[in-house]
Design a protein around this ligand. Structure first.
Ligand SMILES: [Zn+2]
Length: 87
């Protein structure tokens, strides 16, 4: 996916990995697990192990910088949108 059209009409360009729209939501329990490895291993973690731990538990989110809507990616590749409730 190189572009994603938000409901507000804004187009997010996702072709570059360092774009400002893509986020990963990581469970706190997974962060604690990684910190535990760093604690017992001189602050070193194997990069492949690190990526595997993150990728196996993260949720992908797109953040629209125009309307602040969040798009949470489902396991089937579809997205659900979330926006601040005003009431
Ligand atoms: Zn938007």
């Amino acid at each position: 996916m190189s572009k994603f059209a938000c409901r507000c009409g804004f187009i997010m360009s996702l072709s570059s990995e360092d774009n400002e729209y893509e986020y990963s939501m990581i469970p706190e329990i997974k962060i604690s697990e990684i910190i535990g490895i760093l604690d017992v291993n001189n602050n070193i973690i194997d990069v492949d192990d690190f990526i595997k731990k993150i990728d196996s538990s993260k949720k992908d989110i797109l953040y629209c910088t125009h309307c602040q809507r969040l798009w949470l990616r489902n396991d089937d590749g579809s997205y659900n949108s979330y926006i601040k409730e005003t009431e």
